[in-house]
Design a protein around this ligand. Sequence first.
Ligand code: HPA
Ligand code: MG
Length: 214
Amino acid sequence: MTSGLQIKDEDCGFNKNLFCVPKHYEDDLERVFIPHGLILDRTERLARDIMQDMGNHPIFALCVLKGGYKFFADLMDHIKALNRNTDQSVPITVDFVRTKSYCNDVPNGMVSIIGEELSAFKGKNILVVEDIIDTGKTIQALLSKIKEYEPQMVKVVSLLVKRTIRSSGYKPDYTGFEIPDKFVVGYALDYNEYFRDLNHICILNEKAKEKYKL
Ligand code: HPA
Ligand code: MG
């Protein structure tokens, strides 16, 4: 278990005018926090670390929607490249579950899990792929649900882990970036369903939080 690439509390990212962002979000963003290229480079290394640990056991990759879909797709692409270009050969199957725990930029205290045939988990080596671990409650609820179905092994990879006093203390097996306690969007992470169609992980300005508030 490593804590990933550490982004310090005082780190405020990059001027958005130095990057390409969609016109429809230009006025909503405060800063580019993690550029898309850096996300992909870190994901490439996570794929290598995961493959090293998995040996040749088939992986049942479980994408946690909706926020995990970009990271999942890019991580799977890197794992597939290792399968093509190295001696390692690990069959991958994929499945999807959906969780929801945020309204505006605050946790709503509930975790809903909308799932597929969870009985397919029995005896499998499961890799849960998450976008972000914030309080840890969503992933812990999901893990206890998965474990009811007796998988052989469960590992969790999360692109982001937030340093927050609200944390339950849960840490994933693999972490992309450890970030300060800021609300972030982009690369499939949303604010009330907006900003998933933004490549970079960004910080919103206060006006945008008001504009897209429910
Ligand atoms: N952004 C988007 N979704 C989230 C976050 C966040 O910072 N934390 C938990 N869910
Ligand atoms: Mg998530």
